[in-house]
Ligand binder design. Sequence first.
Ligand code: CTP
Length: 400
Amino acid sequence: MFLGKNILVGVTGGIAAYKSAYLVREFKKASANVRVMMTRAAQHFVGPLTFETLSENKVGVDLFNDANTSPTAHIDWARWPDIIVICPATANTIGKIANGIADNFVTTTILASTAPVLLCPAMNVEMYNNRLYQQNAEKLAGLGFHFVEPEAGDLACGEVGMGRLADPRDIVQAVHYCLNRSDEWSEKKVLVTAGPTHEAIDPVRYMTNKSSGKMGFALAQEAAIRGAEVTLIAGPNNLRAPWRVKVVDVDSAEQMAAEVNKGFEECDVLVMAAAVADYRPAKTAKQKIKKSEFGPAMPLVPTEDILQTVGRRKAGQFIVGFALETKNEIAHAIDKMQRKNCDLMVLNNPLENGAGFEVDTNRVTLIDRNKRRQTLPLMSKQRVAQRILDAVQTGLQKHG
Ligand code: CTP
């Protein structure tokens, strides 16, 4: 995700400093070059050696007395990063940055840098609510600093409220967003569906499939990075919401159909990545069905074919459908594309190694309206999402 990118992590003095160690590891795992700089207060919570080991680089701690740094270290460090991530960002450091104060390695480097800065605040709830903090944060947001807002929950001080550091996985997504964001699709509204659906048999049982939602979530994230206004209609899943994406949670095919039908008219692009159940139980029992009450067969009725319904209503929208096939793949996918009036079909075979449900990779063939095919090699679902959106972009240009 971050191959070749230089990420400078600034750690300031709060208990959440220990979580930034995990963050540094995640950046390294995603192939970034990482450097860490710390305030003196941060070193009360975690030692520089931890970050030196994890980042495989010397840690910047002192403007004047550090044998590892030159007299103009803050300038060298300020020119190096593609992004600066301050995690955790205390109220004190945020106040200093907002007022142009440069009195330690972290604040001086920020003042000297033109790189985008992502602040990840973590503090006590009353500090967070304090108008001085809020004014400083507002001022910085207005100046183009990025924020990953803290979460509400149990705080280290024993109090409960806003102020807990955002989940490091969300911080990673935010960094990805800040590094790659473009305005290419800033005029576009994109609707994406993801995940399986649950078709209730009774209050405790349901029919479903193996879809994890990963492909649809990656598509929603990549569309947001291109600047689109993205709504993700998601069946049951265990994934983090993508950054800057509106997520609408649904359970059944019927609920998903209602949401897609509602959003379709307004959207420019619909990506139907969800594995919608084709059938549901004819009746959903209000009480749990006893084992002895189950018959040898359960009557099923078809669900609405969402793609087919909206395909008939198409008025300029670009529609991407998915086809999951294990035999006669190309012929079936082309048939589906024509039947459901799609502009682009994404075909995959879950029986192939590294493809299909639950894994982080996929191997797909893209088929356009003119039946032109493009078979992509095995790659991460994130890269597949980028290639699908590239194909959408090509299709949109042809549409005029
Ligand atoms: N789809 C949908 N509504 C359904 C079922 C599927 O919108 N009730 C969409 C899926 O999101 C996907 C595409 O249709 O984009 C292909 O789904 P699939 O179930 O494979 O197509 P079917 O026409 O049902 O064909 P098959 O006989 O292979 O199941």
